[in-house]
Design a protein around this ligand. Structure first.
Ligand code: GAL
Length: 428
């Protein structure tokens, strides 16, 4: 009898200890500072491989120099534009296992996604402490804010509406850089006759075709009407959207045959080696051209705004925040402080192809493309990218990617417009 009683008491004790341990774990998620000294700082993104990882690696190195005591894990998941990473992140977040910090686009992806779901900590205090409120452009702070709170720190600004071209192919074929759709089609015809693929596309991951379409939409509608599509003020059934779809369709008749088996790097490579003359891609392509393919800015490749988007800037900003429930919030804030510093931005962006999000970065660290883009950003009308999650919530984007993907093979404009219109119910 006595022995059984003792056994029971020791069982209760073990149970009490387990419960205490559980409690201290959950306490650690909400308290100030780090309660779990052994927690790794796992940095989640989709920056792996060619053209993507150099900037992140440089930023992590800088962080390690400044905070050698913090153990960092690069938890990147491969796939352009977060093709795979976004799904992995969603399951981690749903399973209450958030990474210490993760890549998220400013705009709808952050605000209507993770912030609306109550998964992010506000960072107003950090902005205050670091004096960031007048160091980032207000437009950008707005993209990472909801209901008066700031939820992430932008590491960069990428431009989405860039037309890249092979300078030698243009020269050899007497092509002037096209600025209008008519000029673009005239150039494409000339190139096709000369046996060069006019436009490289790699839509193995469908977002690249969505990006080509959104730049066509912007060129056709202009920034005001483009924005109205996502606020519900302009219908996807509008005649101008149809016109953009027709233009997009015509552009698709100039692409490489093997487009569906290539990703964005493989498509950019066609331009780099002269098999294709142009591609439309965000300026992470510049990072790839220069870092991975050793091409020279202006000499080997040139750039222009995509047709009829002169003075317009399709903004894609990669940002990082502090998820609720992490065990090492102090370490995360240390990382965000480095990422948001002039030094952090200036080691990351020259390698990534983007421009610094801060307005006081050191311009001399950027090449001719970067310097030009920094200037243009100041003057341009800014519009959010749909393909990269800023213009509209993820549910809408997923449906648009599907519609675009079907359109690339079937090329049925009416069906495409219907699908876009149906998808727009996700905007309400
Ligand atoms: C974008 C991201 C860029 C770049 C690109 C290709 O969504 O903002 O930083 O990584 O995808 O993967």
């Amino acid at each position: 009898m006595k022995a059984r009683k003792l056994k029971f008491i020791s069982l209760l004790l073990v149970l009490a200890m387990v419960l205490a341990a559980c409690n201290s774990n959950s306490d650690s998620s909400s308290g100030d500072g780090n309660s779990d000294k052994d927690a790794k700082l796992d940095i989640f993104s989709w920056w792996t491989g060619a053209g993507e990882e150099d900037g992140l690696n440089a930023l992590i190195e800088l962080f390690k120099e400044k905070h050698p005591d913090v153990e960092v894990e690069n938890a990147a998941v491969a796939g352009g534009a977060g093709t795979n990473a976004k799904a992995v992140l969603a399951s981690r977040m749903q399973g209450d296992d958030p990474p210490a910090t993760f890549q998220v686009h400013g705009g709808a992806e952050l605000n209507e996604g993770w912030v609306a779901a109550g998964k992010m900590e506000p960072l107003n205090d950090l902005y205050e402490e670091e004096g960031w409120n007048d160091k980032f452009p207000q437009d950008l702070i707005d993209m990472v804010s909801k209901d008066g709170n700031i939820y992430s720190v932008p590491v960069n600004i990428h431009r989405g509406n860039v037309l890249w071209y092979n300078t030698k192919v243009f020269e050899e074929n007497g092509i002037e850089v096209p600025t209008t759709f008519d000029e673009w089609f005239a150039a494409a015809d000339k190139l096709q006759e000369a046996g060069v693929t006019p436009l490289a596309l790699g839509d193995k991951e469908p977002w690249t075709a969505t990006q080509l379409f959104e730049t066509t939409l912007l060129g056709t509608l202009g920034p005001d009407d483009y924005n109205k599509l996502f606020t519900g003020e302009l219908s996807f059934k509008d005649e101008k959207v149809k016109q953009a779809a027709e233009t997009f369709k015509k552009m698709l008749s100039y692409i490489n045959e093997d487009h569906s088996s290539r990703n964005w790097q493989d498509a950019s490579q066609l331009v780099a080696n002269g098999e294709a003359a142009m591609n439309v891609m965000g300026d992470w392509a510049k990072g790839y051209f220069v870092n991975d393919l050793n091409l020279k800015v202006k000499e080997d490749f040139g750039w222009a705004e995509t047709p009829e988007t002169d003075g317009e800037f399709m903004v894609i900003t990669d940002t990082f925040g502090l998820p609720k429930g992490v065990s090492n919030p102090d370490d995360v804030k240390k990382f965000l402080s480095v990422l948001g510093s002039v030094e952090g931005q200036d080691v990351f962006n020259p390698l990534k192809g983007s421009i610094p999000a801060r307005t006081d970065a050191d311009v001399s660290k950027y090449d001719a493309y970067g310097q030009e883009t920094i200037e243009e950003f100041k003057q341009a009308s800014l519009v959010p990218s749909l393909a990269h999650g800023s213009a509209a919530p993820e549910g809408f984007l997923t449906k648009v990617n599907q519609a675009v993907n079907i359109f690339v093979t079937q090329q049925d404009v009416d069906q495409f417009i219907d699908s876009l219109d149906q998808a727009s119910s996700e905007l309400k």
